[in-house]
Design a protein around this ligand. Structure first.
Ligand SMILES: Cc1cc2nc3c(=O)[nH]c(=O)nc-3n(C[C@H](O)[C@H](O)[C@H](O)COP(=O)(O)OP(=O)(O)OC[C@H]3O[C@@H](n4cnc5c(N)ncnc54)[C@H](O)[C@@H]3O)c2cc1C
Length: 689
C-alpha cells in the first residue's frame, strides 16, 4: 500500500477481494466513471485453477463490460453437454444452439476463472480512477451509517479506509462477513471432491464425449470438463479415506480409470482435494456493505453455478450502489440487492446444485430410471429443452432478478434520499463547498454554477429580506418559510443557519423539527446567548457549555435525517483552548459536524483537528472577517477533517454590488453606465426548469 494514500484517494466504492466477483464489480464501477479501489490480500492475482464454465447469461454480462470477446478467444466453445450413466452411455444430450435466437452466446464457454481475472485486471489499468491494491488483507469492516470503515492488517487501530460503499467479495471464508456478524448457515457435504487434471484427450477413450459431461453412478459419479489446457475430472471422496490416500498417484489413476477406462496410466498434471459447503449468508447487506459471490453463498460445483451466480451478484451489487450514488435511497437500494440476490441464491442456485448432487448419486434403481427417462424426454422435446437450457444456464433467473432489482431501485429513486441523507452522501466524497444564498433565486444560481450544496446564512437573510443587521431579528417562522421556498425551487441540499435555535433546548428542538420539515439538509446551532449578534461583530456573549449541550441533545432527539452542526463562537471571546473544549463537548453530545468560528489559517485548523480526531469539521470563509481566510488546498482540508466549507456572504456582497451598479445606471443624470444584465429569457428559463 506504499504509494496509496487512502484519505486522498477517497474512492466511491471499495471492493474487497480481487477474485472474479470483486473484479467484475470493479470494472463495472470504473466503466460507470466511479472511483473504485480493490483491496486484495494476496501479493498478486490468484492463479488457482477453479471455475472453468461460463454460462451464456454470464457471458452476456461480461459482453457489456467488453471482456467477453477476449475470454471467448482464449477459451473453448462448448455448445453440447451430456448426462451419462456409467457403463450405459449417454442418457441425454443438450445443445445450447437451441438458444441461438435468444443469446449471442449459445454455448458454455470453457475457460479458467483466472483468465477472466487476468483480463479484467489488465483492463482496469485503463481507468485512472480504478486501482487494485495488492497485499492489503482486510481484517474488519464496520458500517458507520452513511459510510463503511475498512481496516487493513498492519495499519493499527484506526480505519485504513472509509468509503460510502463496500462490496465484499473476499471468498467463502469472508472476513468481512464474519466481522459484520452475518451468519453463514448451511451444510458441509460429507464427501470431499478430488479434482484431477490431465492433458490426455479423454475423448479418445470415450468417442463422442462432450466437453461438459455429468456421469451418474451410486459410487463413481463425477464430472468431466474440458478446459483449454486440460481435461478436469471431479470425483467424490468418502470420509473413510484420508487426504493422503485420496491423492496418492495410484489411487488417482484408479479413480480416473473407473470413469474413463484406459489400459495404460494417465499422465496426471494435478490432483487436489477440497471440502464442499452449501451455505447462504443470512443477509447480503449490512448498511453500506454488500457481500457478493462466495462471501455470500457457496454451493457444490455441479452445474458450474458458483462463479456464475457470483458474477451476477457483482453486477446487481453495482447496479444497487450506482442507483444510491445517483440519489436513490441508499437503505432501500442495499435492501433490494440483498433481497433479490439472496432469493436467487436460495431458490435457484442452492436448489439446482442440490438436485444435481442428488441425481448423480441416486442409488434406488427405480428412481434412477425415472430421472433418466425425464432427462431423455426433456432432451427430445424442443420447447422443454429450451426451458431447461434457460434454467440451467441461469438465463431465466438472471432476467427475473434483474427485473426485480430494477423495479426496487426505481422505487428507491422515486422516493429519493432525504436532503439530510443526500448531504451526508456528498460529504463522504470529500470537502463540499457551500456558498451562501438568501433566497430561491440565489440558490438556483448556485446550483446552476455547479454547487452541490448551499448555505442559507442568517446574516444574508436578515440583511436581504428584513433590511436589518444580523442581531436576532429573524423569527423561526420567517426562517422556515424561506427554507421551504428555497428547497421547493432548487434541488440542492440547504445548510440552514438557525442561529441560537431561538431560545433554550425546547425551542431548539422545535426549530429543528420546523426546518427539517421545510426541507433543510443540515441545521446549524450556535452557542451565543440569545438574542445573538453576528458572529463577526464584537460584544457577543457565549452561553454555558451545558446549555448548548442540552440544546444539541434535544435537537438530536427530534431530528430525522438532517445533519446537526454545532457552531462555537468561543474562539474570539474565550480563546482557542476553550473553543476546542466546547467543540469536543458538542461532538460528544451528538453534533454531526462542528464549526469553530474564527479559524482563519491552516495552523489553527490543524490544531483544532489534532484535538478533535475523527470529528467532521466545518470551515467558514467570510468577508465579514477582518482578515480574509486563505483556504488550504483540498487535500489539506480533507486531511484536517474538514467536510464542509461555507462562504456565507460572498454572493450577497456580489449581488449588492450588482444591484448598486444597476440602480446607479438608471440615474439619467450620471450618464450612460453600462452594467451586465442577465437576459430575461435566461432568467425565466432558470425558474421554469
Ligand atoms: C475446484 C472448483 C471448481 C469450480 N468450478 C466452478 C465452475 O465451473 N463454475 C462456477 O461457476 N464456479 C465454480 N467453482 C466456484 C468458483 O470458483 C467460486 O464460486 C468463485 O471463485 C467465487 O469467486 P469470488 O470472487 O467470490 O471468490 P474467490 O474466487 O475466492 O476470490 C476471493 C478473493 O478475495 C481475496 N481475499 C480473501 N480474503 C481477503 C481479505 N481478508 N482481504 C482482501 N482480500 C481477500 C482472495 O485472495 C481472493 O483473491 C469452482 C470451485 C472450485 C473450488
Amino acid at each position: 500500500m506504499a504509494d496509496v494514500d487512502p484519505t486522498v484517494d477517497s474512492p466511491d466504492v471499495i471492493v474487497v477481494g480481487a477474485g472474479p466477483v470483486g473484479l467484475v464489480a470493479a470494472l463495472k464501477l470504473a466503466r460507470a466513471g466511479r472511483r473504485v479501489t480493490v483491496l486484495e490480500a494476496g501479493a498478486e492475482l490468484s492463479g488457482e485453477s477453479r471455475a472453468s464454465t461460463f454460462h451464456p447469461s454470464t457471458l452476456e454480462l461480461l459482453e457489456e463490460l467488453d471482456v467477453a470477446a477476449e475470454l471467448v478467444r482464449t477459451g473453448l466453445v462448448a455448445p453440447l453437454y451430456q448426462y451419462r450413466r456409467l457403463g450405459a452411455g449417454v442418457i441425454a444430450e443438450f445443445d445450447l444452439a437451441a438458444l441461438a435466437g435468444e443469446t449471442a452466446f449459445p454455448y458454455r464457454l470453457q475457460n479458467e476463472q483466472n483468465n477472466l481475472t487476468r483480463i479484467i485486471a489488465e483492463r482496469l489499468r485503463e481507468f485512472p480512477h480504478a486501482r487494485i491494491v495488492y497485499g492489503s488483507p482486510v481484517v474488519k469492516v464496520e458500517d458507520a451509517g452513511d459510510r463503511a470503515l475498512v481496516f487493513v492488517e498492519g495499519d493499527g487501530r484506526a480505519a485504513s479506509w472509509t468509503s460510502p460503499w463496500v462490496i465484499a467479495a473476499d471468498g467463502a471464508s469472508s472476513v468481512v462477513r464474519k466481522s459484520l456478524g452475518i451468519a453463514f448457515d448451511g451444510i458441509t457435504l460429507p464427501e470431499r471432491f478430488l479434482v484431477i487434471s490431465t492433458r490426455y484427450a479423454l475423448e479418445d477413450e470415450i468417442p463422442g464425449l462432450a466437453w461438459v459431461s455429468y456421469l451418474s453412478d451410486p459410487v463413481d459419479w463425477g464430472v468431466l470438463l474440458r478446459t483449454p489446457r486440460h481435461w478436469r475430472v471431479l470425483v467424490p471422496v468418502g470420509d473413510e479415506e484420508s487426504d493422503e490416500a485420496a491423492v496418492a498417484p495410484a489411487r488417482v489413476q484408479e479413480r480416473l480409470k473407473r470413469l474413463v477406462p484406459k489400459d495404460s496410466d494417465y499422465e496426471i498434471d494435478h490432483a487436489s482435494l477440497y471440502q464442499v459447503h452449501q451455505r447462504v449468508a443470512s443477509t447480503f447487506e449490512r448498511g453500506r456493505v454488500l457481500i457478493a459471490g462466495d462471501a455470500a453463498h457457496v454451493n457444490n460445483p455441479l452445474g458450474g453455478l458458483g462463479m456464475n451466480s457470483g458474477i451476477h451478484d457483482a453486477v446487481a451489487a453495482v447496479d444497487a450502489v450506482l442507483a444510491a450514488l445517483d440519489g436513490a435511497d441508499a437503505r432501500r437500494c442495499a435492501e433490494a440487492y440483498s433481497l433479490v440476490r439472496r432469493e436467487e441464491a436460495m431458490q435457484v442456485v442452492q436448489r439446482a446444485a442440490q438436485a444435481n448432487y442428488d441425481r448423480m448419486q441416486e442409488r434406488d434403481p427405480v428412481k434412477q430410471k425415472a430421472q433418466d427417462d425425464r432427462l431423455a424426454a426433456t432432451a427430445d422435446d424442443p420447447e422443454a429443452t429450451r426451458n431447461s437450457l434457460r434454467r440451467s444456464s441461469l438465463m431465466t433467473s438472471l432476467a427475473t432478478s434483474t427485473r426485480e432489482l430494477r423495479r426496487l431501485t426505481d422505487a428507491a429513486r422515486r422516493s429519493p434520499a432525504s436532503p439530510g441523507r443526500r448531504l451526508s452522501e456528498l460529504l463522504t466524497r470529500g470537502p463540499v463547498v457551500a456558498p451562501g444564498c438568501h433566497d430561491a433565486l440565489s440558490a438556483l444560481l448556485a446550483r446552476q454554477a455547479g454547487h452541490q450544496a448551499v448555505f442559507l446564512s442568517g446574516a444574508a437573510l436578515s440583511i436581504a429580506t428584513l433590511g436589518l443587521p444580523d442581531r436576532g431579528f429573524l423569527g423561526l417562522t420567517d426562517l422556515a418559510a424561506q427554507v421551504a421556498r428555497i428547497t421547493s425551487a432548487a434541488a440542492v441540499p440547504v445548510v440552514v443557519d438557525a442561529d441560537t435555535g431561538f431560545g433554550g433546548a425546547e425551542q431548539a428542538a422545535e426549530t429543528v423539527i420546523a426546518l427539517e420539515r421545510a426541507g433543510a439538509a443540515a441545521i446549524q446551532l450556535e452557542d451565543q446567548v440569545s438574542p445573538k449578534r453576528c458572529g463577526h461583530l464584537p460584544g457577543k456573549e457565549i452561553e454555558t457549555t451545558e446549555a448548548m449541550v442540552a440544546k444539541l441533545a434535544a435537537a438530536r432527539r427530534v431530528r430525522r435525517d438532517a445533519l446537526l452542526i454545532a457552531r462555537t463562537d468561543a474562539l474570539g471571546v474565550l480563546g482557542l483552548p476553550a473553543a476546542i473544549d466546547r467543540a469536543k463537548a458538542y461532538a460528544e453530545a451528538g453534533a454531526d459536524l462542528v464549526f469553530v468560528l474564527g479559524v482563519k489559517d491552516a495552523e489553527t485548523l490543524r490544531e483544532v483537528h489534532r484535538n478533535l480526531p475523527g470529528v467532521a469539521l466545518v470551515l467558514g470563509r467570510s468577508e465579514a472577517d477582518e482578515h480574509d481566510v486563505v483556504l488550504p488546498p483540498r487535500a489539506t482540508l480533507a486531511d484536517c477533517g474538514v467536510e464542509l466549507v461555507i462562504q456565507p456572504v460572498s454572493a450577497l456582497l456580489a449581488a449588492a454590488a450588482g444591484l448598486r451598479d444597476a440602480y446607479a445606471a438608471t440615474d439619467a443624470d450620471r450618464g450612460p453606465v453600462s452594467v451586465e444584465r442577465t437576459p430575461w429569457t435566461e432568467l425565466t428559463a432558470l425558474v421554469e426548469e
